[in-house]
Design a protein around this ligand. Structure first.
Ligand SMILES: Cc1cc2nc3c(=O)[nH]c(=O)nc-3n(C[C@H](O)[C@H](O)[C@H](O)COP(=O)(O)OP(=O)(O)OC[C@H]3O[C@@H](n4cnc5c(N)ncnc54)[C@H](O)[C@@H]3O)c2cc1C
Length: 511
């Protein structure tokens, strides 16, 4: 629940963007199960702003390759190698279990002076002209009310915030039942790589975890057993992993079954309430996108709330949250649906495609650089763009307003280094005109001038053009030539005050 001065009457904690927040969680303790494993490259890029990326990379595990198994044999081995090495500082698949991830975030919040209050549940919500009033219930049943400027509902698939703002959550539930198990094991699939078994009418994936000898299994449960999930045990579903992959299980640390839903909230905002993460969208875990998408939602909304609360942007900028994030969520649900349907489809043709064709075709297709790059861009979430947003304008070179700023590290400079500051900034690759320098300096708007290198052109940047970069590192405005007028008009028509939002002073540097 973020707020500025009055009308906030909640406990006050300062955060990086200067917004006081109160975080309540209905559960008594942080999660203890691994759930989301994959942390995508785009999440790590955004985490760099919060000084979290290095910690996630250090504590997590980089998966070097994927193996496809069919009919009890390893049919294909695809090393991830350097897929994406030119695209992002994080060109790998990072495994970092969600429970450890949550602990890291809580540690970091504590350092910032924010504690997660638990068990404290939101029970009621009322909107008033200048704030929201949340009714909160503690473990003893005592109720208090909290007034805040806004409420961010990050309360999961069964969101109480969503229910209280009466927001529809249309979609459905897949027929298949899945299981998840964290086990200590030995055998061929415990090789530090991702192993996927494509079988007739079945699906099984074995994910490596940082501790050698521990793996996570995700598999589908055969129809006849799926009718009574409450009675299922690991022994009921593990035969396939044992027979097909030669897995020798020593200890089962966690076993659970779940059904996969696909739903997107009708809107991500009603008045002063926002929906983020699973409260706004849920879909199949295929591709490891769920948690990452929720983090992307939070990054998108956080700087906008901070700008509005700091009176550096008009309230209407908050509408762009839904426009930017729901478009991606809807696409994601459709894409994961296609992959999920392929992975679990039944019937002779589906079996043939999955167990005979896919193991043959996958390695051949992935030898093509374009195919590897497309796959990496999609799964890593670096291809998310907000071109259709009202905050996006212009084109310079191959870069449009709304694109993620392309990464260009040269021997002289890494253009992502200044993005560690979550503030508006201007980038010029080449020469910045003097009037632009003085315009930025007068507004304490950081200007980063990079000596032109061939690499900048290769990633789509245009020499001497102007790129206005948002606090969440997406390009807001791309303009060629670099003109102060266009920058002024961009900010003026949107009522944005671009400078001075960062603790860092303005810079005009050659990098
Ligand atoms: C088996 C499995 C594997 C997955 N694998 C991946 C993966 O590899 N990669 C990936 O990106 N995603 C994955 N996901 C999805 C991922 O776990 C979710 O997308 C993610 O947990 C959503 O986070 P969230 O914060 O939105 O919701 P949740 O994690 O559900 O958290 C919601 C929080 O809100 C609290 N809450 C609920 N109601 C109230 C209330 N009334 N008042 C106060 N607090 C409340 C809850 O206590 C909880 O702490 C997987 C999911 C599953 C089940």
């Amino acid at each position: 629940m973020p707020g500025r001065g009055p009308p906030v009457s909640c406990s006050r904690s300062g955060t990086r963007l200067g917004v006081r927040v109160r975080i309540v969680d209905a559960s008594a303790n942080p999660g203890t199960t691994s759930r989301a494993l994959g942390v995508q490259a785009r999440t790590l890029e955004l985490y760099r702003q919060l000084d979290l990326a290095d910690a996630v990379v250090a504590r997590g595990y980089r998966v070097p390759a994927v193996n496809l198994w069919a009919r009890g044999e390893r049919a294909a081995h695809v090393p991830f190698g350097d897929i994406g090495a030119d695209l992002t500082p994080y060109p790998f698949l990072e495994i970092f279990p969600q429970d450890e991830h949550e602990r890291l975030l809580i540690e970091r919040l504590t350092q910032l002076g924010v504690s997660v209050e638990r068990p404290v549940a939101l029970v009621q919500l009322r909107e008033e002209p200048d704030g929201v009033v949340a009714q909160l219930r503690n473990a003893a049943g005592g109720e208090t009310s909290c007034t805040a400027s806004y409420i961010a509902g990050c309360d999961g698939a069964r969101s109480r915030v969503r229910e209280l703002i009466q927001m529809g959550f249309p979609g459905g539930t897949y027929r298949q039942l899945f299981y998840v198990a964290d086990v200590e094991a030995a055998g061929p699939p415990v090789n530090g790589e991702l192993n996927i078994d494509l079988d007739e009418a079945d699906f099984l994936a074995v994910f490596p975890l940082a501790d050698r000898g521990r793996v996570r299994l995700i598999g589908s449960v055969r129809d006849e057993r799926a009718e009574h999930p409450e009675t299922l045990e690991f022994a009921d579903v593990s035969a396939r992993a044992i027979e097909h992959l030669g897995l020798q299980v020593r200890t089962v640390n966690w076993f659970s079954t779940y059904r996969v839903h696909y739903r997107v909230a009708e809107h991500f905002r009603r008045g002063r309430a926002f929906l983020l993460g699973d409260a706004a969208h849920i879909h199949s875990p295929v591709g490891g996108q769920g948690m990452n998408t929720g983090i992307g939602d939070a990054v998108n909304l956080a700087w906008k709330l901070a700008a509005v609360l700091g009176q550096r942007a008009p309230e209407r900028i908050l509408d762009s949250y839904e426009r930017e994030r729901s478009a991606f969520a809807r696409r994601l649900v459709a894409t994961t649906d296609r992959v999920f349907t392929f992975a679990t489809a039944q019937g002779a043709v589906a079996d043939f495609v999955r167990t005979r064709l896919a193991p043959l075709l996958a390695p051949a297709v992935l030898k093509l650089e374009a195919a590897r790059e497309f796959l990496f861009r999609t799964v890593s979430q670096i291809m998310i763009d907000y071109r259709h947003s009202e905050l996006s304008e212009g084109t310079a070179g191959g870069v449009h307003g709304g694109d993620r700023l392309p990464w260009a590290a040269t021997q002289r400079a890494d253009n992502f280094a200044p993005l560690a500051q979550p503030c508006w900034q201007v980038h010029v690759y080449g020469i910045a005109p003097p009037d632009l320098r003085s315009w930025c300096a007068a507004r304490s708007l950081p200007l980063h001038v990079f000596e032109w290198q061939a690499r900048h052109g290769e990633v789509g940047l245009e020499r001497d053009a102007l790129y206005l970069v948002r606090p969440d590192t997406y390009v807001a405005l791309a303009a060629s030539p670099a003109s102060v007028d266009v920058l002024e008009r961009y900010a003026g028509t949107r009522g944005l005050s671009l400078g001075g939002s960062s603790p860092r002073t303005a810079s005009s540097t050659l990098e």
